[in-house]
Design a protein around this ligand. Structure first.
Ligand code: ADP
Length: 166
């Protein structure tokens, strides 16, 4: 399906309506992709997020993109992997579903996702990619407002996993 693309690269450089962040529940600048997004967006991003206050796991919040090429950021809070028995799969699925629902409500038509939860949060990469691709396929099938979903992956291993699925 050509509305889904896999791109190897840096999500902060993507020219789309919204990039998705792998945020933490406090919505405080952290490491990994979150740190990269905060550095590229600039300090006004943290000020806006402090006003929002936080976000539950499996859900997401919208902010402006500030100095990014993308005008919006969707901050998703992925689950920390605790071995698979703590509802991690359902919560990861919920991240992708809620990000697409938020995009739809705000007229966002192109968006870029990182591999949420698969870095510091330890979610197994293959299973996470299967969930991401299945949810996005499912949602795009019932929604023609969203024109493009780009999976932006940072390393060759993750790129290979996504390319085999898309
Ligand atoms: P989490 O805490 O949700 O696990 P991480 O940021 O640690 O989030 O990792 C999520 C994924 O994002 C990992 O696959 C990591 O390699 C990737 N990543 C890190 N920096 C970037 C970036 N600038 N662009 C795209 N992906 C990135």
């Amino acid at each position: 399906m050509d509305r889904i693309r896999v791109v190897e690269g840096d999500i902060t450089r993507q020219t789309v309506d919204a990039i998705v962040n792998a945020a933490n529940a406090a919505l405080k600048a952290g490491g990994g992709v979150d740190g990269a997004i905060h550095r590229a967006a600039g300090p006004d991003l943290q000020r806006e997020l402090d006003g929002i206050g936080g976000c539950p796991t499996g859900d997401c919040r919208l902010s402006r993109g500030y100095n990014l090429p993308a005008p919006h950021i969707i901050h998703c809070v992925g689950p920390v992997w605790h071995g698979g028995g703590s509802d991690e799969e359902r919560l990861l699925e919920s991240c992708y579903r809620s990000a697409l629902a938020l995009a739809r409500r705000h007229g966002i038509r192109t968006l870029a996702f990182p591999a949420i939860s698969t870095g510091i949060y330890g979610f197994p990469k293959q299973r996470a990619a299967e969930i991401a691709v299945a949810v996005v396929r499912d949602e795009l099938a019932i929604d023609d407002a969203i024109e493009e979903v780009r999976f932006v992956v940072f390393d060759a291993e993750t790129a290979g996993i996504y390319r085999a699925l898309v």
